[in-house]
Design a protein around this ligand. Sequence first.
Ligand code: ZN
Ligand code: ZN
Ligand code: ZN
Ligand code: ZN
Ligand code: ZN
Ligand code: ZN
Ligand code: ZN
Length: 442
Amino acid sequence: MPKQLIKYNVSELSSEFDDDYVCQICFDTYYKKEVYQCKEGHCSCKECWEKSLEKKKECMQCKTKVNSLNELSRARQVERLLLKTCVCCPYLFKNITRVDESEKLIEDSSGCNEIIKLEELDNHIENCSFRFVECEYHEKGCNDKIRHNEKEIHISKCEYQPLNCKYCSNVFLLKTIGKHYLKCPSMLIYCKECNEKIKREEMGNHVDKQCQEAIISCTLSDFGCNDKIKRKILENHLEQTNHTKHLSTAIEHLMIKNNQLSINIKELTKDKENLNIKNYQLSNNICNFEEKYHILSKRINELSKGKEYKNKWIISNYSKINHIICGELISPSFGYTRDSFEIRFNRFHTNYYLREISIYLHSTAEQNDIEFSLTLLNKDPKKNFCRKYNEGFTSIWGWSNFICADEINKENGFVTEDDKVEFEFTLTYPKAMPLLSNYIPN
Ligand SMILES: [Zn+2]
Ligand SMILES: [Zn+2]
Ligand SMILES: [Zn+2]
Ligand SMILES: [Zn+2]
Ligand SMILES: [Zn+2]
Ligand SMILES: [Zn+2]
Ligand SMILES: [Zn+2]
């Protein structure tokens, strides 16, 4: 137990302290204090002298002039004699763990009866076999303060000790295991009908399906036999009772059921066949559609030759992108055929340090000989920033350093009041060339 919980004042441990051992200013015993005296031998503890000299430079008792503590002498004899005084052990009391010192100490007949010299008090307190300690199940919830020499006895019956359930071997506290036994699923309990011991969790099944003493309905109850019998005589009952009437009702019922089931099976088989046919037709349709789509895409490609595709790409919330050091933004796909192109806007592509913006046109379908031009729109159309790509076809079109990132801002007019950046772009498909054939006669 933490020592600070023992609250004692040495004056409570003996009635024999005479005034010589008590400071006349603070009325505390001098135990563990330094004592100083004036020339006339008037003693007080050091702290009290210091406080009183701050107010008045004199001895409180004889009024002799004292300028500072240096003019006093240490009363070592008083300190020494005090340590020879005998006191009782604090563990004589049952409530020495009190929180409030104004609570009166109560002697305990099973407490420590030793009388000790003050100089040995600390040592004795530490080793006293009557000292208070915490129960070793404190963390499990036991708050009892027990005497060191009673620890074994307490622990053997402490209700916070862990115990294994005899049946399911889960761990419980002594104080809760009783409650657990009332519902432990593995515990063996008696069957009310046959008196056999059965696991609690299996009891329902036992009574419903196995217990020979349980009262059950006759197997033919659905067909008119209303007899209730013990399970163990069911066989007997079936043999000895005349069930002819019930059996013929049962057969009738079963025939009707059987007929219904046959009809159901027939209907289901038919449905399945229909579904197979539909499935086949649908697959055919899909094939046809794919073929048509292919032809149409080719047509569109042919038709778009020599034509221009013009559009705008608008990026909202531009200032949020501007804070990302390295990032890529990809436009929605566009073009005459579905998903033909996309534009990629990059913050770092080739020259990370210069904060260049790179812009590329990517083709997702096979495509070449496209002309690509891109204009970054400005509030003032005269300042529009326009670039045309004319370096021949690689696999992408565009610029690793389209413009410096810092130039795109509101002051320069490239970012709108509602934080948008707009590009206008044009793709020019190549002109169709005349088809040439050279016939070489034999
Ligand atoms: Zn004092
Ligand atoms: Zn004095
Ligand atoms: Zn003791
Ligand atoms: Zn305990
Ligand atoms: Zn259990
Ligand atoms: Zn039973
Ligand atoms: Zn029956």
